[in-house]
Design a protein around this ligand. Structure first.
Ligand SMILES: Nc1ncnc2c1ncn2[C@@H]1O[C@H](COP(=O)(O)OP(=O)(O)O)[C@@H](O)[C@H]1O
Ligand SMILES: [Mg+2]
Length: 411
């Protein structure tokens, strides 16, 4: 282990390319502990040393390089894996992202890019080192009694904001039994879903569970929704609640996204949560449902200070203002998110607006809600650093392929 506390490894069969990379990493302030060529020897080293930061050269034969990546992801799920290649290729990039690499550097690696990679690996290691072993995470359920009012936008932005602040580990669980579009909004692809994890909850151990999760660029982990309604029927609300409680032993903050109708799964989420972000829009149907929901929560004994009411203006039209909304629901609105075209654009790109345009009006509102809900003023982001970290390694981000389909759902 070097002075930074990170165990570092390069896997590259080409000696010259290895040397170049090593000197770039050193210039960013890190020593490399070990270097190996691809193949069995690399796999043995990964298993033995359990690196925190792993650089993997992507060169011919491609299959062998990808095997190293897949092996590393499975054996050290918490590690930061950085793939690097001489040239960019869309198919390779997509394959690497599916394998769960954290960064893909290609062409000549600029100093800034390497600094960003090292910075992020250090933060990630620091946040996983602080994982609590006892239950005690804050579970935040994002609820609201209507579709298309901004629940998923809120939960994805909260997860990204809290994770990117680098002080708390975050898991976002998609409990939307109908649309389940967290994975699309965060542009991550799923192998496992909530219902699969919930079904196995009694025998689930830490390692198996962590392998089921996707890692978002912000550092947040994501457990996506089941793909179809039938899969939800294979697990019970009790199992979902147990799953949330189990997750709360592994992460500092667990965020639950929920559907627009109050079903057993939402009840399970509310039962497991110790903070509720109640999202409402200002239209009449939503206001009526919000006041019914607030009444229901009060009856359940949820203390008022644990409920965070958020008014989101998801449409351009003039509607009732904050004072009218407060009158209609009989309660103070804690946060207001203005209508902001950047949110629409970010949704289409599959990026939380907080990372895409941290200075946008909606992004600063989400940042405040993140600080409030996570109980950590630290979640108020250093937005410039977040933006640099997010874009640093990729250059400009391309739109998510699935995003075009996104706007047709949920509204
Ligand atoms: N503040 C906002 N300004 C503009 N558009 C918004 C805002 N908040 C949400 N939206 C848009 O509203 C749509 C529905 O949001 P979504 O989060 O999917 O709602 P829900 O999860 O409640 O169904 C998305 O296209 C999203 O981009
Ligand atoms: Mg939603």
């Amino acid at each position: 282990m070097n002075l930074s506390g990170l165990r570092t490894l390069i896997v590259d069969s080409d000696e010259i390319s290895r040397e170049i990379l090593r000197s770039k990493v050193q210039r960013a302030g890190l020593e490399i502990d070990r270097e190996r060529p691809h193949g069995l020897i690399a796999q043995q080293t990964i298993q033995e040393m359990q690196p925190d930061l792993l650089f993997v050269a992507i060169a011919q034969p491609l299959q062998r390089a990808l095997q190293t990546v897949d092996f590393a992801r499975a054996v050290v799920p918490d590690a930061t894996i950085v793939a690097y290649a001489d040239e960019w290729s869309p198919t390779v990039e997509r394959r690497l992202m599916q394998s769960g690499v954290n960064d893909f550097l290609h062409g000549k690696i600029a100093r800034d890019q390497m600094n960003a990679v090292v910075d992020r690996a250090l933060r990630k290691a620091a946040s996983s080192a602080s994982l609590p072993t006892e239950p005690g995470a804050r579970v935040i359920a994002v609820v609201g009694q209507k579709g298309g009012i901004g629940k998923t936008t809120t939960s994805t932005n909260l997860a990204a904001a809290i994770a990117a602040a680098g002080r708390q580990s975050v898991l976002l669980i998609d409990l939307d039994t109908r649309f389940g579009d967290v994975a699309v909004m965060m542009d991550v692809r799923a192998d496992y879903s909530v219902s699969e994890a919930a079904r196995e909850v009694e025998t689930l151990d830490r390692e198996t569970f962590l392998k089921m999760l996707l890692r978002h660029d912000s550092g947040a982990c994501v457990l996506p929704a089941a793909r179809d309604y039938r899969s939800w029927l294979n697990c019970s609300p009790e199992q979902i609640q147990d799953l949330v409680r189990f997750a709360a032993t592994l992460f500092d903050v667990v965020i639950l996204d929920t559907p627009g109708t109050f079903n057993d799964v939402v009840a399970a989420a509310v039962g497991a949560a110790d903070r509720l972000v109640v999202v409402t829009s200002s239209d009449l149907a939503s206001l009526k449902n919000t006041s019914l929901l607030l009444e229901h929560l009060a009856l359940k004994g949820l203390a008022d200070e644990h409920v965070i009411v958020t008014l989101i203006h998801g449409h351009d039209q003039e509607g009732p203002g904050r004072a009218d909304v407060e009158f209609a629901i009989g309660r103070t609105v804690d946060h207001e998110v203005p209508f902001d075209r950047n949110v629409r654009k970010a949704t289409q790109l599959g990026v939380p607006v907080i990372m895409w345009k941290p200075q946008a009006p909606a992004a600063t509102a989400f940042s405040r809600i993140a600080a409030h809900a996570s109980g950590s003023p630290a979640a108020a982001l250093d937005t410039v650093a977040v933006r640099r970290r997010f874009f640093g390694a990729f250059g400009s981000r391309r739109p998510a392929p699935a995003a075009a389909a996104r706007d047709n759902i949920a509204v």
